[in-house]
Design a protein around this ligand. Structure first.
Ligand SMILES: Cc1cc2nc3c(=O)[nH]c(=O)nc-3n(C[C@H](O)[C@H](O)[C@H](O)COP(=O)(O)OP(=O)(O)OC[C@H]3O[C@@H](n4cnc5c(N)ncnc54)[C@H](O)[C@@H]3O)c2cc1C
Length: 365
């Protein structure tokens, strides 16, 4: 009897890979060190971004053969707060994002993937560390290129999508407060300047409070997380082991959004395991869009308060989804700029990005 294929990590990328393979008749086992599904998340809102290309994110999941029977709330408007005290309402005709819930709770993306995995015959080993030589590495981030702190709570706040872009509060990052149907997520994300996270959280919270009024905060749960960014050369390392999702560094460098790319990488890895690896598709659908966001980060870190205020004003004047698609379109200069940003970011203390890292490792050679 052939050995089942072993996937390390039952987050969204590991489960999506497992679902796709099991449906093609592969015996798959998924190991996750946490119990109940949902990995490192606890019911907070995240976005499934819908502004990096013309194709709708849910249509793409259907095309990839992935489930869409999870709660996905289309969002077409938001309030942007800038660092000069300005408030800007942005809007789009088509949703620029779907709001989804992460963690193992009812209706979450993770719960849907877990349900489909079980239905397809995937064997789940929960509460179990993965074998070191698992065939697919889907264990998520391993190095703190960025950090985030989130509070998930119940509230009487009206439906709200608010984002604070103030480099004096969150240099290299941003803060957000989402409340939909009485469930809220407040978070602050910082890239590299990790020491400022607590102060950034307090200042951002005060700003949201001042703008949105005295809303209730009940059953609050707070947690810290880190984020990994690297630009993978492939999704398969020299030893033939596959890496998927954030374990491969697959993540947008601009805002740290990784869900859509993680699911896309799951399709690529599943096809690779089945002997149908498509290098051109990997470059087109993962590498090029990622490079474009590296180049955008270069600009983002140089914008300053006035620059962000100008961006917010421009966003309020146009269809916001159209603006996102236009700004994030891969360009010829993206590759050069990506190289520059990576060089500026190179780690001094050795690399822990893993086998596929193309920046720290290049320096080590
Ligand atoms: C606070 C925060 C907010 C975010 N918001 C957004 C957002 O709004 N939109 C967006 O697109 N992206 C967002 N992201 C990024 C997104 O969450 C990740 O890109 C995505 O979860 C990556 O999925 P993954 O399956 O690759 O990794 P993970 O979700 O990290 O899953 C990895 C799994 O592996 C398990 N694991 C790890 N090591 C082992 C081991 N040795 N043995 C067994 N199991 C192991 C973990 O328990 C976990 O379940 C956010 C990230 C953070 C931190």
């Amino acid at each position: 009897m052939t050995q089942p294929l072993r996937v390390a990590g039952g987050g969204l990328s590991g489960l999506a890979t497992a679902v796709l393979l099991a449906r093609e008749g592969v015996a798959v086992e998924v190991y996750d060190r946490r119990v109940g599904g949902g990995g490192r998340f606890h019911g907070g809102w995240q976005v499934l971004e819908n502004g990096t290309g013309a194709e709708d994110a849910l249509d793409e999941l259907r095309r990839l053969g992935l489930p869409t029977d999870f709660e996905a709330i289309p969002v077409r408007s938001a309030t942007f707060l800038d660092g000069l005290g300005g408030r800007h309402e942005v809007a789009s005709r088509e949703p620029y994002s779907y709001f989804i819930r992460r963690g193992g709770g009812e209706g979450s993306l993770d719960a849907a993937l877990r349900r489909h995995a079980v239905a397809a015959g995937v064997v789940l080993h929960e509460g179990a560390a993965a074998p070191a030589d698992a065939d697919v590495d889907a264990t998520g981030p391993r190095q703190a290129d960025g950090v985030a702190r989130e509070t998930v709570f119940a509230s009487d706040l009206d439906d709200t999508v608010a984002v604070l872009f103030d480099p004096a509060v969150t240099p290299t990052g941003y803060a957000y407060l989402f409340c939909l149907g009485g469930r809220a997520t407040f978070g602050v994300a910082q890239v590299r300047r990790t020491g400022r996270l607590r102060a950034a959280r307090d200042e951002a919270w005060a700003r949201f409070r001042a703008e949105l009024g005295g809303f209730a905060v009940r059953d609050a749960r707070e947690g810290g997380q880190f984020m990994n960014f690297s630009l993978p050369r492939s999704l398969r390392d020299r030893r033939g082991r596959w890496h998927v999702g954030e374990a491969a560094g697959v993540q947008d460098f601009l805002y740290g959004l990784g869900n859509r790319l993680a699911l896309r990488s799951a399709r690529l890895v599943a096809d690779g395991v089945l002997g149908r690896w498509d290098e051109a598709r990997f470059r087109r659908e993962v590498l090029r869009p990622m490079r474009a966001t590296v180049a955008l980060r270069f600009a983002y870190e140089r914008l300053g308060r006035r620059g962000f205020a100008a961006f917010c004003r421009a966003a309020a004047r146009r269809d916001f989804r159209d603006l996102l698609v236009a700004v994030q379109r891969p360009r010829a200069a993206s590759r050069l700029l990506a190289g520059l940003v990576m060089a500026a970011w190179r780690e001094r203390d050795g690399c822990r990005h893993g086998e596929l890292c193309t920046w720290c490792r290049e320096r080590e050679r």
